[in-house]
Design a protein around this ligand. Sequence first.
Ligand code: FA5
Length: 341
Amino acid sequence: MLERLHELEREGLRDLAQATDEEGLQTWKVKYLGRSAELGRILDGLRTVSKEERPALGKRANEVKRAFEAALEDRQQRQASARLTQALQTERIDMTLPGRRLACGRLHPATQTLRQIVAIWAEMGFQVYRSRDVETEAYNFELLNIPAHHPARDMWDTFYTTTPGVVLRTHTSPGQIHVMRARAPEPIRVVLPGMCYRYEQVSARSEIQFNQVEGLAVGRNITFGDLKGTLTAFARRMFGQQVQTRFRASHFPFTEPSAEMDVECFVCSGTGCPVCKMTGWLEILGSGMVHPTVLANGGYDPEEFSGFAFGMGPERITMLRHRIEDIRSFWANDLRFLEQF
Ligand code: FA5
């Protein structure tokens, strides 16, 4: 029996040397260390061996078992380190290669213009005031001096929500009332940027969804001269120091008097071209002195306070600056268009 143990040890260690992969090691383990392996059977059978032989046989059988276990562990470690070495060689990373560029998005052209407009007003001391996209009819119309029967209501075809009296704002002007009610009787200098919605016939110039930047200044002794001077200063920062401006009388129910501001056409410098429809001027914004009724609705005494307001459309300004012919390009989600900006 001692002789057999000796042979078994030699056989086992020789077989183990030939197992080259994980699967081979598993098979070897089952064969030599498994439950029904020969060594196991010898150990189990020790009970039946005579008392004299048992100690030497038991000692030897356990030695063989420990030799097998140690040899197996050694082989497993060698194989693991061989796998690691191979992986390090075949999956080597060249740290000197330039990194892969991430596809990085950019701001939408209308957002770029909007931010530029807001930054200019911020430099001139106007805070940004955000107000909601979903408005009540009262804020969108009535409090801005546009009662239900007023013909000016026809100017805005509106998206109504399923909640009676609640609309998607047709302009940023309702923000005027919100900010006045929040600040009265303090003086105000704010711009209100944001999305507006009109149930319009979509065309090359008109979308159903577009941005506006509203402006509002309220205080004592604010005059139409302040309106003209401030808007002219803005136009110079936006379009260049040399730009010529002009004001044309207009009408908005929430301002009195009202004016539209044009800037000299920056395509033809005022000589007339298709962009300015041969007029030499481009319309930029609507403006006016805040109507006394609107001041009162905002909580300011019109006898004591006055103010000016204006509203402009960043998409239309972007179209003028880049000679974009169709406003629908802004929402078409066509990268060939968007990547130009
Ligand atoms: C108004 O909305 C007034 N609330 C502006 C205002 C504010 C006047 C404060 C006086 C005092 P208007 O409807 O003209 O005005 O729109 C203002 C600007 O929004 C336009 O000049 C244009 O640039 C933009 N705009 C209007 N409708 C559309 C549209 N359908 N698509 C794209 N831009 C539009």
